[in-house]
Design a protein around this ligand. Structure first.
Ligand SMILES: C[S@@+](CC[C@H](N)C(=O)[O-])C[C@H]1O[C@@H](n2cnc3c(N)ncnc32)[C@H](O)[C@@H]1O
Length: 557
């Protein structure tokens, strides 16, 4: 399996050979090879594990699509065995490692062998355990094969993709990119293709973590990529390394990006390490001051990161926020073809399936009025990927939209043509919750009953707390939203505001959320009576609640 080329070298000698390998390869512009410093690889493994805490560490399947001489593979092994006196093969990570360059690949195997021997293990048995797959292959050949065979996906793709301008990509690799050209445009850099392919390769709850240039957020050549992927991914974390000298002999504005598929909360953690003037240390990431931020991944326009609360109210630093209190905000359902799935009861076309088990009342943005229960005006056929078979009646009914359904962008990743993209938080959405519209004249928050689903254009908070509902509809909150929300037109002349998730998540709550003393219970009782009175409730009652909220905010301890 291993050639004799590097047979008798020590670990240190292999590290030297690895450095020399990258120096040589730097002259080959089509390969884009630079070595990731150990501290960066270690920090990135830590980043991934934070976002994969929902999976048992030993069950996580990892892919490094361009492993080079093994920076990430070695960092992973170190992480997995660091507390174990006598590790066995089943303690090692489940890793798939790919590399196109034969010498790089050979050095990777040798370095891995050397590291394993330090802990009493060997590479043959690691392969034999089924937990290691390594191939010398062009990643895009691997990807194309995956597409045609539908092999298993990965929980995490981790790595440092090659930074190669389109014009310098080799003829052979270019040919293998053809399946991705319609998503990436005609002239995106090679690392952008790596992003595009790996988003396809991850599990629904998986993550992609790359250190890469920042330029795909804004360059013209990545515009097509932004357009296609803006609807399917969330940026969860960005460590901005600015122009810091991370790589030998390469100057580039780089960052460590963690992406996941849509469906998580859209909270972005932003850590700005661009101004630091020294060699990168793992601790910078572990102890760095992360800010709550947002990025407008909504179109092919430049993706811009904005830091939440920069124009904050005075009390913001001391008060808890929805985010810090653990409330999560989720998007409504995007079906990919509204006319096939969403209807109202006057639509005769849907009469025959209107009472099927997979059909639910649907709250759309205009059904949401301040402080009331939302009154769903629509229904939805809810068939997210992975749900039970919706039955013949529903499938027959959807047949009339089959062509359009098959041509949806997300069609590629679904199991059946009639499905919608997966709804990872369906259980939360089906409970009683607080809903709010995305675009609105003024902030509206309402309760939505159990069993109701929420449409795209609206969001929901995983809580039915009356105190939270009162606070969100208060004058205090309104000032927060008006100060922080982006607007469409001017608010004073019929303009509308966008109640973005991050603005709601960063809304300060009264200190009573931490040390209550009965204040919130009283607020809940007031809201309960108000809601029970329904349409009959008097506006003066709401004024009393609003003043009470104000007084609760004024109590600082
Ligand atoms: C930026 S280097 C990173 C290497 C290593 N993972 C590290 O972090 O030190 C990029 C690596 O991608 C490899 N590479 C370039 N094109 C590739 C392709 N089409 N498929 C797989 N690997 C590729 C290069 O040979 C190089 O080893």
């Amino acid at each position: 399996m291993l050639s004799e080329t590097f047979r008798n070298h020590s670990g240190n000698q292999l590290d030297e050979l690895s450095r020399a390998h990258y120096e040589r390869l730097q002259l080959v512009k089509s390969v884009g090879a630079v070595e990731t410093p150990e501290a960066i690889a270690t920090a990135m493994v830590g980043e991934c594990l934070r976002f994969l805490s929902h999976i048992e560490q030993l069950d996580i399947s990892w892919l490094d699509p361009c492993v080079g001489t093994g920076a990430f593979a070695l960092a992973l092994i170190d992480e997995y065995v660091r507390h174990l006196p006598n590790p066995t093969y089943s303690d090692l990570p489940k890793l798939t490692a790919l590399e196109v360059d034969p010498e790089g690949y050979e050095l990777f195997l040798k370095r891995l062998e050397s590291r394993l021997s330090q802990i009493g293990l060997n590479i043959q048995d690691y392969f034999g355990s089924g937990r290691l797959h390594a191939l010398q292959i062009n990643f895009f050949d691997f990807f194309n094969d995956f597409k045609s065979t539908g092999s298993t996906r990965f929980d995490c793709v981790l790595g440092n993709p090659p930074y190669v301008k389109f014009s310098t990509i080799s003829e052979e690799v270019r040919d293998s990119l053809s399946g991705l050209r319609s998503w990436c445009g005609k002239s995106a850099d090679l690392y952008v293709y790596f992003y595009a392919a790996t988003f396809e390769l991850i599990e629904e709850q998986g993550v992609v973590c790359f250190i890469s240039p920042h330029s795909f957020f804004k360059t013209e050549t990545a515009k097509e990529f932004r357009k296609v992927f803006s609807t399917g991914i969330d940026l969860r974390s960005l460590v901005d390394l600015g122009e810091r000298k991370i790589f030998e002999k390469v100057s580039v504005h780089s960052g460590i990006f963690v992406f996941s598929k849509i469906g998580f909360t859209c909270d972005l953690e932003y850590l700005d390490l661009s101004a630091v003037d020294s060699k990168f240390q793992v601790d910078e990431i572990v102890h760095g001051n992360r800010q709550h931020a947002n990025v407008n991944l909504t179109s092919d326009a430049k993706w811009i990161v904005t830091i939440a609360g920069q124009r904050g109210m005075q009390s913001e630093n001391r008060n808890p926020t929805l985010h810090s209190m653990g409330y999560k905000i989720y998007s409504g359902i995007r079906t990919g073809l509204t006319e096939a799935y969403v209807f109202d009861d006057s639509n005769k076309k849907f009469e025959s399936i209107s009472n099927e088990a997979c059909v639910h009342p649907l709250v759309v943005a205009t059904d949401i009025r301040t402080n009331r229960r939302a009154a769903p005006s629509k229904k939805i056929i809810n068939v997210p990927k992975g749900s039970a078979n919706p039955g013949e009646k529903v499938i027959n009914h959807l047949e009339q939209f089959r062509n359009a359904l098959e041509n949806r962008q997300e069609g590629r990743s679904l199991n059946y043509w009639y499905e919608q993209r997966p709804l990872l938080y369906e259980d939360k959405m089906l409970k009683e919750k607080i809903v709010f519209p995305d675009i609105t004249l003024k902030p509206h928050f309402a309760l939505s009953a159990q069993g109701e689903l929420v449409a795209d254009g609206a969001f929901f908070i995983d809580s039915n707390d009356y105190a939270l509902l009162a606070v969100l509809n208060s004058s205090y909150a309104r000032t927060h939203f008006e100060t922080h929300s982006p607007t469409i037109g001017t608010l004073s002349s019929k303009g509308r505001m966008r109640l973005k998730k991050h603005v709601v998540a960063s809304m300060p709550l009264p200190i009573a959320w931490i040390s209550d003393g009965g204040l919130l219970e009283k607020l809940r009782e007031m809201m309960n009576s108000y809601l029970l009175a329904g349409e009959e409730s008097h506006s003066s009652t709401w004024s009393q609640i609003d003043s009470y909220v104000q007084s609760v905010y004024e109590i600082s301890e």
